[in-house]
Design a protein around this ligand. Sequence first.
Ligand code: ZN
Length: 80
Amino acid sequence: MDTGMMRKFEKAKAYAEERSRMHVESLVVHFSGVNNPHRVEYRDGMWQCDCEFFVGRDRCAHTMALELVLHGMFEAAQVA
Ligand SMILES: [Zn+2]
């Protein structure tokens, strides 16, 4: 890795600790669930999942898992 790339990698590591700099606008994730695969989408401040539990509840284990993984990157997007 050249010096320029090493500096960028150090900057990337610092950015990775500052999630508030990143605002997710849209996201599609193919989720390997315990029983079935699922397609989870985040768009316009709303989650969608094709699993049965999500219907009528607007949250499920798949969307909540992604909220945990991407903690701090969605609230700001909803305000914007
Ligand atoms: Zn789901």
